[in-house]
Write a protein that binds this ligand. Structure first.
Ligand code: RB5
Length: 146
């Protein structure tokens, strides 16, 4: 896998974003951080669109999005063609979102998970490959709204 990743958050998860960036750097990733860059209140869709757009157009293979609950970012990201954003608050969901859904954006809620759990979710998500096989037609079907 490409060791480049794009990350974004709103104010509610700014601090978690900074910590996850440190983790990613330690894992050897090159990071594109689209913001936000502080704790001033912002609107999560502005950052969700930047990350999801860059994954949708192929500029990045993988992204991470963070907001207070993770719900708004997930809603935003999954409006983009080719984006499979998974909201994860546990390690099994992170693993299965890769194995079965080939999730290309990991979403977490900074107000919902502690730092240690968030780091483990990131590690698991990055390390787990897509199973392919029977799951391939299913994920292809996601973008087929006809
Ligand atoms: C911001 O207060 C909060 O609404 C946002 O971070 C997120 O939880 C939205 O889904």
């Amino acid at each position: 896998m490409d060791k480049k990743i794009i990350i974004g958050s709103d104010h509610a998860a700014f601090e978690l974003k900074e910590k996850i960036k440190d983790l990613l750097i330690g894992l050897g990733y090159e990071i594109e951080d689209v913001g936000t860059h502080g704790i001033a209140s912002v609107n999560y869709p502005d950052f969700g669109k930047k990350v999801a757009g860059a994954v949708s157009d192929g500029t990045f293979e993988r992204g991470i999005l963070l907001c207070g609950t993770g719900i708004g970012m997930t809603m935003q990201a999954n409006r983009f063609k080719g984006v499979r954003a998974a909201l994860c608050a546990d390690i099994l969901s992170a693993r299965l979102s890769r194995q079965h859904n080939d999730a290309n954006i990991l979403v977490m809620g900074g107000r919902m998970v502690g730092d240690i759990l968030a780091f483990e979710v990131v590690r698991e998500w990055l390390a787990t490959p897509f199973d392919g096989g029977r799951h391939l037609d299913r994920i292809r079907s996601l973008d087929d709204l006809g």
